[in-house]
Ligand binder design. Structure first.
Ligand SMILES: [Fe+2]
Ligand SMILES: [Fe+2]
Length: 397
């Protein structure tokens, strides 16, 4: 009988390592194909047929060769683990359109033995989870990680007049509080993402590491020469409404496109008016990270909207629902508004404060213009973008 493949088992017994040669060899044979095994150990004659029965392979018999060896023939069973698509070495397996929750944590491209449990993944469709750019964004994020201790010139924080130092502490408190929400909100969705879309989970992991670092540097800056400031009820209400979101697309849209997008302008403003080099460097580095989070949000929403025509209306409804929870809140949280004014003024001299006040007013215009641009980039019409930008939370995030 012809075999698709032959291996030499030498004097190995079945329980003495022979299976480490037989099993991987059978794995290379198609179901129904035949493997020939040359063996000198006589115990194999008894042990191999029994093993084949248990493993759902067919033992096809044994022939004694003139050189004293046995030639055993094994038919690869149809019930054994299927081979699946042949992998190209070095090439990544593409993401499937739909993923099966019973494949669990099996890496993409691995052959999955049937019989495993169904996992509680709910984001099982590629186009609702993974924008085409995500693998590239993950690689960029990995290359762009920085060190909160080494990369910030902490020794350049000088002494400031007390009102300005308090303003810096207040701004940093506000930033850290919002960053905490940016850490917690995506964390809720990560365990729902099917591992077939690993790159999305990996990208979110870098985003979480970024937010952890941002919280670290903002609080360190607040404490270098001062203490944390006030956490306002407006901020708390705004961030609570983000944390309660149950839909991944809605959360990505509200957090990353609208919230972190608006923060890009805020971080640029603080960098421009920073009282010292360390604060400016913190803002610059945080802004580069945030630009990546915003980019992921925009391409995610744009891709998901392109395949689901109902998504745009759902996202608009989510913005309206969130605006309704902020009912009665007039504007930017007062402690933040005052702190940004003093920061931009560089102190408390009345003429400077007038300039600071004007700078903060200009910041709000810049934020609106930036949101419009990002919303249109994500696929909204100019009118739709205008409506959504106007409804965005006065807390910025
Ligand atoms: Fe952040
Ligand atoms: Fe972020």
């Amino acid at each position: 009988m012809n075999a698709a493949m032959a291996i030499d088992g030498g004097a190995l017994a079945l329980g003495g390592g022979l299976l480490a040669l037989v099993r991987p060899a059978l794995d290379l044979v198609e179901p129904g194909g035949v493997l020939a095994l040359l063996a000198t150990s006589r115990t194999v004659r008894e042990d191999l047929p029994a093993w084949c029965r248990v493993e759902h392979h067919a033992y096809l018999g044994c022939e004694a060769l003139p050189d004293g060896r046995d030639r055993h023939l094994i038919g690869r069973g149809a019930l054994s683990v299927p081979r699946g698509a042949r992998e190209q070495p070095g090439a990544p397996t593409p993401m499937p359109e739909r993923a099966d929750p019973s494949s669990g944590f099996a890496p993409r491209g691995a052959r999955v033995e049937p019989g495993g449990p169904v996992y509680p993944f709910s984001l099982n469709e590629r186009d609702r989870v993974a924008p085409p750019e995500v693998a590239q964004l993950y690689q960029q994020a990995v290359a762009a990680q920085w060190d909160a201790t080494r990369d910030i010139p902490w020794d350049r924080v000088g002494e400031l007049e007390p009102a300005l130092e308090r303003a810096v502490g207040q701004v940093m408190t506000f930033l850290a509080e919002n960053e905490l929400s940016a850490l917690y909100v995506p964390s809720r969705f990560l365990p729902r993402i099917h591992p077939a879309y690993l790159e999305v989970a990996q990208f979110l992991a870098t985003q979480l590491a970024d937010e952890a670092r941002h919280i670290d540097v903002f609080l360190r800056r607040a404490r270098v020469r001062g203490v944390p400031g006030i956490s306002s009820a407006t901020t708390s209400r705004s961030l609570h409404s983000l944390l309660m979101l149950e839909d991944f697309a809605e959360a990505t849209f509200l957090l990353s496109v609208l919230g972190e997008g608006t923060f890009l302008d805020l971080l640029r403003f603080i960098e421009r008016h920073a009282p010292d080099e360390a604060t400016a460097e913190i803002m610059r580095r945080a802004r580069v990270d945030e630009a990546r989070h915003v980019h992921f949000g925009v391409v995610h929403v744009r891709h998901a909207m392109s395949i689901d025509p109902t998504l745009q209306a759902r996202l608009e409804a989510a913005v309206r629902r969130r605006a309704a929870t902020m009912h009665g809140v007039g504007g930017v949280p007062a402690p933040l508004q005052d702190a940004l004014t003093i920061l931009a003024a560089g102190g408390t001299a009345p003429a400077a404060v007038a300039r600071g006040h004007e700078a903060v007013r200009q910041l709000l215009d810049d934020m609106h213009a930036g949101r419009m641009k990002r919303l249109e980039h994500a696929g909204f019409s100019a009118e739709g973008a205008q409506r959504l930008s106007d409804l965005h939370t006065p807390n910025f995030m």
